[in-house]
Design a protein around this ligand. Structure first.
Ligand SMILES: Nc1nc2c(c(=O)[nH]1)N[C@H]1C(S)=C(S)[C@@H](COP(=O)(O)OP(=O)(O)OC[C@H]3O[C@@H](n4cnc5c(=O)[nH]c(N)nc54)[C@H](O)[C@@H]3O)O[C@H]1N2
Ligand SMILES: Nc1nc2c(c(=O)[nH]1)N[C@H]1C(S)=C(S)[C@@H](COP(=O)(O)OP(=O)(O)OC[C@H]3O[C@@H](n4cnc5c(=O)[nH]c(N)nc54)[C@H](O)[C@@H]3O)O[C@H]1N2
Ligand SMILES: [Mo]
Length: 763
């Protein structure tokens, strides 16, 4: 019998058995299969967590109340009634207020399948009925996405594609300085799916080849344990200060590559004057930085000396820029690499995102596989993705973004399919209130997320395990036929079919579907893949051959790349698309944005929230990605359940920090600040700074009143995080810029929960 396969953002699996008998095994040639996949089947087959039928919030159905909160009751309705209601609301809102009143940014990480991608179908559908307000950029790297085009002339996507390949690092790099780490935890993931995981392999190769690594991070666990690794434990949010001090030492040691600076960069004298203090009277010395970032001045000088004498790669993880002024450390990291003059050489220079996902640095030929066309959105309004609460609270008010001034739209209807803002957004108590502003909220998901529980109309979607699909990722050599592995749960339907029916109701059915069913679209996609493959010199099997084999590996797929290679080889003839044609250490465009505090060069800016302005005893809270799930997905799966402490998210803290507060390993703790409070399970570890605690994102948001206080009971850090843009330039999220108080929880805590259905009553 042929092998059947399926795939997810966390890997590719052989599927054995069907339905209740389904077992997934990572493909045999994946050298480091993800931990996450182990919890997938149990999560998708958990009837308590799955949305089983279309439902409408009772208060909204009866009298259009908008006081959405998670313990509302729902009424179950037929698919026909639910779709009539949704189509009716879309039509009413576009007629009364115009299409910009429909907010369908719908940010999130739905299925890895190429066809059944919820957001793509939502956008394609709404584009047929007059469009919608969209969101731009990501929660992942919003600050860098806006910054990098100004200083490198390349969009972030191209930088990611061009990132110097791992084999070159393993062979040539002598010193890897990893700001925020290079972690196998996050490298479990690749957007659109992956057939293998490689980051651990390449790090091992490099370290065994004598590469030395310096991890700069508040947590030691952000890098593989290895004798060739040194840990510089940095205070969160202060990397720019450390980088400036390293730069100061490079100047002092006369280790700045002036030839490279002259040939390939613009604006160095301005930064140099800032570093030496000629500009503002403050020399950015190691002593100056030590007081800010909590690293010994001597260690800074030593690191600078190591960098000066080694073939050095400066790696920056995405997490570092999810913080106030998050552009600055990315910019200064690139400037440091330029000072060393090793950009454009094999295995050295600058990288952004090694390990943040497994595909960054992959030596893989990029093949531009086709996707479903989304049509054109006639609505111009947009928001930077993390400004959702601002938008809901302040319709019509101005905001600044990337040098322009815009206005928040008046969002009357919110449609979310394939994302979970009540996981991913910051300051969720604030969002809870702002979320009561729109007239109608529609959520389409397969599971009872905290967002679904705060919707008016909830439509049950199938999960990827319930559909045939194709995994194609331009950064992966394997094409996978994702074979349906269980029947649809309850009355759930494919996102595509839901939107096709909505389009039909609004008179655009044929434009949306072009007369094709899902399986006809899959055939259409495969045809398109065949053409692209031929252009790249190989043939694909027929669709039925592909379905039978389940997997096709593209031939000759290895290709190494080197960031900035052509530019550095000949900057005159291959200029960058920046204002100066060079790497911009000073950017007149950014300087011209005239944003308070933002200079035309990388600069140390004190974060909006820090120990200096918090109450005594406050700790930095970092909220990294969870090891055992993808964001909030599979929080109810077996693997994540095992990782909890009495059902709650583990909170990592230093033993000294715990001792000062009378906290023991495994104790229930409470984290709180002016924005909110949550419970978590204490884990004591020497691998974190004593002034910092780490609580991963994504546990099911469940806010209760306990002794008169609103306390989230499962350990969701986003009731604590700060909801303010990285700057008026990039407006990214600043989740890591958060101070909290930590104590042992002495009250009576309700039992922990995970995704589960609300009360649903018959109509
Ligand atoms: N504090 C803090 N917050 C953060 C971060 C952080 O570092 N710290 N990280 C941020 C980052 S980088 C990101 S990317 C975001 C992630 O935020 P999200 O992407 O919103 O998080 P997910 O939990 O992956 O949400 C995906 C949703 O899609 C649903 N889904 C899956 N498949 C399907 C499908 O086929 N159809 C439909 N209709 N739905 C489907 C899932 O059930 C789930 O509810 O979180 C951000 N939030
Ligand atoms: N297992 C798993 N992997 C994932 C995901 C997931 O949900 N689960 N999500 C994926 C997604 S969408 C994304 S965007 C990527 C994100 O990838 P990353 O952004 O690289 O991952 P994070 O865990 O958010 O952050 C990395 C580390 O940065 C450190 N850090 C925090 N603040 C600072 C600081 O100020 N300075 C320095 N030097 N370090 C700091 C923290 O210790 C943290 O562990 O992960 C992807 N991979
Ligand atoms: Mo992300």
């Amino acid at each position: 019998m042929n092998t059947r396969y399926t795939a997810a953002h966390w890997g590719t699996y052989e599927a054995h058995g069907f339905g209740k008998d389904l077992q997934l095994r990572p493909v045999a040639d994946d050298p480091q299969p993800s931990l996450i996949g182990g919890g997938w089947v149990s999560a998708m087959q958990d009837p308590r967590a799955r949305i089983l039928s279309p439902v409408v919030r009772r208060g909204w159905l009866r009298h259009r109340d908008t006081e959405r909160c998670s313990d509302d009751e729902f009424v179950s309705v037929s698919w026909d009634d639910a779709l009539d209601l949704v189509a009716g609301e879309i039509d009413r809102v576009r007629t009364e207020y115009g299409n910009s009143a429909i907010f369908a940014g719908s940010y999130g990480w739905a299925s890895a399948g190429r066809f059944h991608h919820a957001q793509s179908h939502l956008r394609r559908f709404l584009n047929t009925v007059g469009g919608f307000t969209r969101s731009v950029n990501t929660y992942s790297h919003g600050a860098a996405e806006v910054l990098l085009p100004h200083i490198t002339g390349m969009p972030h996507r191209r930088i990611q594609d061009q990132t110097t390949s791992w084999p070159l690092v393993a062979e040539h790099c002598e010193l890897l300085v990893a700001f925020g780490g290079v972690s196998s935890r996050t490298a479990q993931i690749a957007s659109s799916g992956t057939s293998y995981h490689e980051t651990g392999h390449w790090l091992d190769r490099a370290l065994n080849n004598g590469m030395k690594a310096v991890l700069v991070s508040p947590q030691r666990s952000d890098f593989a344990d290895h004798e060739g690794m040194d840990w510089l434990s940095i205070r969160p949010g202060t990397d720019t200060a450390l980088m400036l001090a390293i730069a100061h030492e490079l100047i002092h040691m006369q280790a700045v590559d002036r030839t490279f600076i002259d040939r390939c960069t613009a604006g160095w004298p301005v930064l140099e004057a800032y570093i030496t203090g000629a500009e503002d009277g403050v020399a950015k010395t190691p002593e100056w930085a030590a007081a800010i970032c909590g690293i010994d001045a001597a260690a800074i000088t030593d690191l600078a000396a190591q960098m000066a004498r080694s073939r050095t790669m400066i790696a920056t993880a995405w997490g570092m820029q999810r913080a106030d002024h998050g552009e600055q450390p990315v910019w200064m990291g690139l400037a440091l690499a330029a000072m060393l003059g090793q950009i454009g050489q094999p295995g050295t220079g600058f990288a952004f995102g090694y390990g943040s996902v497994t595909t960054v640095g992959r030596a893989q030929k990029l093949i531009p596989w086709p996707a479903l066309p989304q049509g054109k959105n006639p609505v111009e309004e947009f928001i930077p993705v993390a400004r959702i609460a601002d938008m809901l609270e302040r319709p019509g008010e101005p905001f600044r973004y990337n040098g322009g001034q815009y206005h928040y739209p008046d969002a009357r209807l919110v449609y979310w399919a394939g994302g979970n803002p009540f996981h991913h957004h910051q300051d969720l108590n604030r969002l809870t209130l702002a979320w009561q502003r729109p007239e109608t909220v529609i959520v389409q998901d397969h599971s009872w997320t905290a967002t679904a529980r705060r919707a008016d109309i909830v439509l049950p979607a199938t999960s990827p395990l319930e559909r045939d699909d194709i995994m194609i990722n331009r950064r992966d050599p394997a094409l996978i036929w994702m074979s349906r592995s269980m029947d649809a749960m309850g009355d759930s339907r494919d996102d595509y079919d839901i939107f096709a029916d909505l389009a039909h109701r609004l008179g655009t059915g044929p434009v949306f579907s072009e007369g094709r069913s899902s399986s006809q679209w899959l055939a259409w996609l495969w045809d398109g893949c065949g053409q692209v493959a031929r252009e790249h010199g190989f043939d694909l099997p027929t669709l039925s051959e592909f379905q039978a084999a389940g997997r096709f590996d593209c031939p000759g797929s290895v290709e190494t790349r080197l960031l900035f290679d052509e530019f550095v080889a000949d900057p005159k003839h291959n200029p960058l698309e920046t204002a100066s044609g060079k790497i911009e250490i000073f950017s007149s465009v950014i300087a011209g944005m005239d944003i308070d505090g933002l200079a035309g060069h990388p600069r140390w800016m004190v974060p909006g929230e820090h120990a200096g302005n918090a109450a005594p005893g406050a700790l930095h809270l970092i909220s990294p990605q969870p090891a055992s799930r993808l964001h909030s997905q599979l929080d109810n799966g077996s693997v994540t359940r095992q990782a909890k402490i009495a059902g709650r998210e583990p909170c990592y803290m230093h033993p000294a920090t715990a001792a000062e507060r009378g906290i023991g390993d495994g104790d229930l703790v409470c984290l709180e600040n002016s924005r909110g409070a949550c419970l978590a399970g204490a884990v004591l570890t020497e691998d974190i700074r004593a002034d910092t605690v780490a609580l991963a994102t994504g546990s099911f948001l469940d806010i209760r009143m306990i002794d008169g206080r609103r306390i989230e009971i499962n350990g969701n850090p986003n009731v604590l995080t700060r909801d303010k843009g990285t700057s008026e330039m990039s407006q990214g999220n600043t989740a890591h810029t958060t101070m909290v108080h930590l104590s042992r929880f002495e009250g009576t805590a309700p039992p922990a929960t995970t995704m589960h259905a609300p009360v649903v009553v018959p109509n």
